[in-house]
Design a protein around this ligand. Structure first.
Ligand SMILES: Nc1ncnc2c1ncn2[C@@H]1O[C@H](COP(=O)(O)OP(=O)(O)OP(=O)(O)O)[C@@H](O)[C@H]1O
Length: 221
């Protein structure tokens, strides 16, 4: 099954062409890294793949749905169902507990408050933080904060996880823990796509997408 299908996608910001007629297919169950020099178009590719931004030309399909045909509210619903996001900066609410941070990610899922909290607790358990439900971000290490962010991304059980430099703010030990978590989630069936500058992280993925000057090339180990 093609979880993500990008055909002839270009993206321009004024005179800057960030992506040039990119074709890329990612199948359900893959674990892929996106690598390339600064400014090559990696984040733009992830934003468009994640339907956070629209391409200037070309088509993006998520689980077979052509996203250009969807209204903004349909797009939000599609994103909530199919895609979890993890970022370098964690983006956790500082005053909220780990449990609330994860449960709030399910606010638009249609679940009751109690169900959201149950799912959030299960997701935190899954990332090894079942004993930290009441801790606020400042009471957690960087690696733990990123695992809370991963729990939030997967709590709604999306088939696709998109991560932009998830280990960029972590020391090597915490980074390795987050990577082992991604591998575990991938083994359980989630498709994982990771932008990284770290060659160890890149090589830990069976497939790499190299981006250069807005063009992509795929490489399989
Ligand atoms: N919102 C924007 N407005 C104008 N130009 C942009 C915008 N976003 C990206 N660009 C430009 O598009 C090109 C690709 O940027 P992008 O952020 O996708 O690269 P990247 O590979 O993710 O870089 P980095 O590794 O530094 O994060 C760059 O030339 C960048 O300056």
């Amino acid at each position: 099954m093609k979880i993500l299908e990008i055909r002839g996608v270009s993206k321009s910001y004024g005179k800057v062409q960030a992506l040039r007629e990119v074709d890329l297919v990612i199948r359900g169950g893959e674990m892929v890294s996106i690598v390339g020099p600064s400014g090559s178009g990696k984040s733009t590719l992830l934003q468009i793949a994640g339907t956070l931004d629209r391409p200037t030309a070309g088509t993006v399909r998520v689980a077979g749905h052509d996203v250009s045909r969807l209204s903004d509210s349909e797009l939000s619903a599609l994103r909530a169902r199919y895609i979890g996001f993890v970022f370098q900066q964690f983006h956790l609410a500082p005053g909220s507990s780990a449990l609330d941070n994860v449960a709030d990610g399910l606010l638009y899922s249609g679940l009751s408050r109690r169900q959201r909290r149950e799912k959030a607790a299960a997701a935190l358990e899954r990332v090894g933080l079942g004993h930290r439900l009441g801790h606020r971000p400042h009471q957690l290490s960087g690696g733990q904060m990123q695992r809370v962010a991963v729990a939030r991304a997967v709590a709604g059980e999306p088939p696709l996880l998109l991560a932009d430099e998830p280990t960029g703010n972590l020391d090597s030990e915490a980074g390795a823990e987050v990577m082992s978590l991604f591998r575990r989630l991938n083994a359980a069936g989630i498709t994982v796509v990771i932008i990284t500058h770290d060659s160890e992280v890149a090589m830990a993925c069976p497939r790499r997408i190299r981006v250069r000057d807005g063009l992509v090339r795929s490489e399989v180990t």
